[in-house]
Design a protein around this ligand. Structure first.
Ligand SMILES: NC(=O)c1ccc[n+]([C@@H]2O[C@H](COP(=O)([O-])OP(=O)(O)OC[C@H]3O[C@@H](n4cnc5c(N)ncnc54)[C@H](O)[C@@H]3O)[C@@H](O)[C@H]2O)c1
Length: 483
């Protein structure tokens, strides 16, 4: 089939690449010329500057100019196309509603082109973007407004998890298609023929509105799981003695009715989707006059969790951040991606700067360029000049008074040794991901350890050294077995 993918970001590019693997003729279109030029090189470095996903660059390299084509000129590829996928960004507005500007620009542009079509074979316009319930219907009205003939609309939400986009697209757990007519369902079955009647993959055909609602329900339920563990499990293990977080997870999730996914504690869930989608759902339900108490609580718990360890450092470890140097380890919202959208690190940086830190020494295996380029721009906030970027965790830690671990990069599991060979106590380790299994060796060596989902563990010589540098003056020693 001839397929056009509109928008080639984190969703559109993996989607286009995987569709091309199945022998479709795929045109990936974007208005961002620099991005398309980078993809057209077919080179991993250039592609990964925009979307860094395991297996993506290989898939593009294998299919480019055979089954996969990149373009900034959609007018040239409209003719003869069977299906258009909208993979446009739909960011949140301040009031939580969805900013549909980019999406609608693309929809109107395409409608203008489709209206001039000579070949009037049926086209299906499919929303892969996460869009408010009713958007497929809105798309229908945009097409009708321009006088487009012989088209269908559909909703086919994307469920991929970043860091696993390619494998997730090759082997999704479900494909949800919301469309109005049997003809459009049939066209989409041809697009996804490898998943129809699959023994393991659920292929669900439903209404466009149900498909749109499935996406919002799925994301907010996932965030609810995460927030339950952060808002209840972590609080219990932090506040009550002798509760073991890992055992708590095993014991609770042994019940087949309870999800094992999400049963980890962290410094909050980031990424471009969870926060924006729950806000959008709250907005949509409020507009419909329905209660959103549960969703609001989930959202608040998750946002607070991003800076919660800093609050605990002040109130439990009595650490004063004023004029301190903090090593910030991990900038991306999770491991295996360079994406920093809604990352906890952003909130951590804001909070640290507001508390008067002298310097933040940042390290991330993938996201340093992203941080430099987009987010920590001194033009936006002159305090961002206090952030320096480092090539290794050890370099970032050097000369610091404290560490904040924000991302679950596997390499951080070996930090205990790096810390001991690079800095000396008094020193505070804030572990937002519970990444240091051998924390008790650190405590024995005099380091203070403050993990999410566990009590403060004071360095063994805490009493002897209290008063120095001001951050361990009144910390209450907690035996390591209490963790
Ligand atoms: N990122 C995820 O993990 C994920 C997962 C599931 C669903 N989604 C949803 O998918 C959608 C896309 O998300 P994303 O993360 O890929 O966004 P993104 O910002 O990475 O990519 C969007 C792309 O659309 C392009 N674009 C914007 N306006 C355009 C136009 N008028 N014509 C052509 N291209 C245009 C941008 O240049 C950009 O390359 C969103 O609705 C998001 O909520 C994202």
């Amino acid at each position: 089939m001839k397929i056009v993918v509109i928008g080639t970001g984190f969703v559109g590019l993996p989607h286009a690449a995987v569709l091309s693997e199945y022998g479709h003729e795929v045109y990936a279109y974007d208005i961002d010329a620099a991005r398309i030029a980078a993809y057209q090189t077919g080179e991993a470095d250039a592609i990964e500057r925009y979307v860094n996903e395991p297996g993506l660059a290989d898939s593009v390299a294998e299919n480019i100019n055979r089954y996969l084509f990149f373009t900034t000129d959609i007018a040239n590829v409209v003719d003869g196309a069977d299906v258009f996928f909208f993979c446009i960004n739909t960011p949140p507005k301040r009031d939580g509603s969805t900013d549909m500007t980019y999406y609608l620009d693309a929809a109107h542009h395409l409608a203008g082109l489709l209206a001039q079509r000579q070949n009037l074979s049926r086209v299906v316009l499919v929303n892969k973007s996460t869009v408010p319930i009713g958007t497929a219907r809105l798309l229908e009205s945009v097409m009708a407004e321009h006088g487009v003939a012989n088209f269908g609309i559909a909703s086919n939400p994307e469920f991929l998890a970043q860091g696993n986009a390619i494998e997730g697209s090759r082997r999704p757990d479900r494909v949800v298609i919301g469309a109005d007519t049997a003809e459009d369902m049939h066209i989409l079955r041809r697009v996804y023929s490898q998943f129809v009647n699959h023994v393991r993959i659920r292929y669900l055909e439903t209404t466009p509105e149900t498909a749109e609602a499935i996406k919002y329900m799925s994301n907010t339920l996932l965030l609810t799981y995460i927030s339950f563990w952060n808002g209840v499990g972590a609080r219990l293990a932090e506040a009550m003695p002798n509760i073991r977080m890992e055992d708590l997870k095993i014991g609770v999730t042994a019940d087949a009715r309870i999800s094992t996914w999400g049963s980890y504690v962290s410094n909050g869930a980031g990424g471009s989707c969870f926060g924006k989608d729950i806000q959008s759902l709250i907005y949509q339900l409020n507009r419909a006059g329905r209660s959103t108490d549960l969703l609001q609580a989930v959202y608040n718990i998750n946002e607070y969790q991003k800076i919660y360890l800093i609050e605990r450092a002040i109130h439990e470890a009595h650490f004063s951040f004023n004029q301190k140097t903090v090593a910030l380890l991990g900038l991306s919202f999770k491991k295996r991606t360079n994406d920093m959208r809604d990352s906890a690190a952003l909130r951590v940086v804001e909070s640290l700067l507001a508390r008067g830190v002298r310097a933040i020494r940042a390290y991330d295996p993938l996201a340093v360029d992203e941080a430099r380029r987009n987010w920590f721009n001194p033009d936006k906030n002159y305090l961002f000049e206090r952030i320096s970027y480092h090539a290794t965790a050890q370099e970032a830690i050097s000369g610091s008074d404290a560490i904040y671990i924000s991302t679950d990069w596997e390499e951080f599991r070996g930090l205990a040794r790096t810390i001991q060979t690079t800095v000396t106590p008094p020193y505070l380790i804030m572990d937002g991901r519970r990444m240091i299994p051998d924390y008790d060796t650190l405590a024995t060596a005099g380091f203070d350890y403050l993990p999410v989902g566990g009590p403060l563990l004071c360095g063994r010589e805490a009493d002897a050294m209290s008063g120095e540098n001001g951050h361990r003056m009144t910390a209450r020693p907690v035996p390591s077995h209490a963790l």
